[in-house]
Ligand binder design. Structure first.
Ligand SMILES: NC(=O)c1ccc[n+]([C@@H]2O[C@H](COP(=O)([O-])OP(=O)(O)OC[C@H]3O[C@@H](n4cnc5c(N)ncnc54)[C@H](O)[C@@H]3O)[C@@H](O)[C@H]2O)c1
Length: 399
């Protein structure tokens, strides 16, 4: 039995991992503790995950001191990941850490060093690697080798939910999220790194704040704003309610004005990335598109692969993911149907946790490991730095 502690009793900790472990993995894993500084959230975790009083902690270090712990799942905010991961490795625990692994590449390296010393497992929350759409793209490029030698690649992240997800709350400050390349784009950059199958060597970026940010006071709130009924960005529902059957919770979320002065993360970025195997890639992220989707291009000397997942215009207009290959010499087009597994992120959420549990038992390397977490942050944090300084950032000085 793998005894697991969950750090952070929020959306990912309880809704994604906690309930899955309890309902589907009882035979191999047991949740022995949950930590969160927010007592209200802990009480819900206790009820939903059927825990005793001595299994909930407002202090994460106290949870890590538990004698019977084998592994932890870190689902606390991004800026807490580094210290918690290092503390867990120093205590000899296996770690599943949500993305981003950390906010800077230096912090990722400290985590990897602690992991190396401990000999324990580090799995990073790159759930897309366990979604059949992305697995198939990897296979086409690296196993079936249908594209030939990849020369150019690219990805565009269109985020229709930028205002709602990132600009009303703590994510809007670089010190908390590392910027939205680090916080959000880390997933797609990981897919580029994985399918290109090489290490990034340099990145150059342009970007800025074009729609969000501005001159409004930092403490201005939608709930008390005189323009709340006409502002399309206003967050009118300050509470998110989750119903778990046995328990429900209503959590108040931040409704700060998205046009505040203090906002210092970018709302659009364009990167060019070069790889050790000479592949050149581009990446574009926009936080203000009408639709929500991820698109990828991989162009080889034999064929071009294009994929789109998911494509959501509205609740009524959701299109299935697909992969298209066009062969250069014959112009023949192949459409590859993809069947997604059940579960969040097209089956990626259960796929990731299953792999972590399997590797805790077999001691094999996980599919989304710490190096992948580090290499993605190298590009994302490097991209943020490049936009800020106007310089090309070399990524391979220290590994
Ligand atoms: N893999 C993915 O696709 C994916 C999707 C969403 C979020 N995430 C990541 O998961 C993490 C959690 O996101 P969420 O949406 O569940 O956020 P959330 O706000 O719902 O939950 C975070 C919880 O952590 C608690 N917390 C704060 N400091 C803590 C500490 N020091 N120790 C323990 N708990 C602490 C908060 O009180 C909160 O209850 C973030 O790092 C986020 O980037 C990953």
């Amino acid at each position: 039995m793998i005894n697991i502690g969950i750090i952070g009793s929020g959306n990912r900790g309880i809704r994604c991992y906690g309930l899955y472990l309890l309902k589907k993995k009882k035979d191999i894993a047991k949740i022995v503790g949950v930590s969160d500084p927010d007592r209200k959230r802990l009480e819900v975790a206790k009820k939903v995950l059927k825990l005793d009083d001595d299994a909930i902690f407002t202090n994460t270090e106290k949870l890590l001191e538990m004698k019977n712990l084998d592994a932890i799942i870190i689902t606390s905010p991004d800026y807490t990941h580094k210290d918690i991961a290092i503390s867990a490795f120093n205590r000899g625990l296996d770690v599943l850490c949500e993305k981003p692994l950390a906010l800077t590449v230096e912090d990722c390296d400290e985590i990897l060093e602690a992991q190396r010393k401990s000999g324990k497992i580090l799995c990073v929350g790159f759930v897309l690697r366990y979604n059949n759409f992305y697995r198939k793209m990897y296979e086409i490029a690296n196993v079936e080798k249908k594209l030939g030698r990849i020369i150019i690649a690219g990805a565009i992240d269109s985020v229709s939910t930028g205002s709602q997800y990132f600009f009303h709350g703590w994510w809007r400050l670089r010190k908390n999220s590392g910027g939205l390349l680090v916080q959000k784009a880390t997933h797609s950059i990981d897919i580029l790194n994985w399918v290109i199958n090489s290490k990034p060597v340099r990145v150059y970026g342009e970007g800025g704040l074009a729609v969000f940010g501005g001159k409004e006071p930092d403490d201005k709130r939608c709930s008390s704003c005189e323009k709340k009924n006409e502002c399309p960005e206003a967050l009118l529902e300050k509470n998110i309610s989750w119903d778990y059957g046995e328990a429900s919770i209503s959590i108040e979320i931040e409704d700060k004005c998205v046009f505040a002065k203090e906002i210092d993360v970018y709302d659009h970025e364009v990167l060019t990335i070069s790889y050790e195997n000479n592949v050149k890639a581009f990446f574009v992220e926009s936080q203000f598109t009408p639709d929500y989707k991820r698109e990828f291009w991989f162009i080889g000397d034999k064929a071009r692969m294009y994929g789109i997942d998911p494509y959501i215009v509205s609740k009524k207009d959701k299109r299935k993911p697909y992969i298209e290959i066009v062969y250069r010499h014959t112009r023949e087009k192949e459409i590859i149907p993809v069947k997604l597994n059940p579960g969040g992120h097209g089956g990626g959420d259960p796929g990731l946790i299953d792999d972590f549990l399997r590797c805790c038992i077999t001691r094999e390397n996980v599919g989304a490991d710490g190096i992948a977490g580090r290499e993605s942050i190298a590009v994302c944090a490097g991209g943020e730095k490049s936009i800020e300084t106007g310089k090309i950032i070399e990524l391979r000085r220290k590994v």
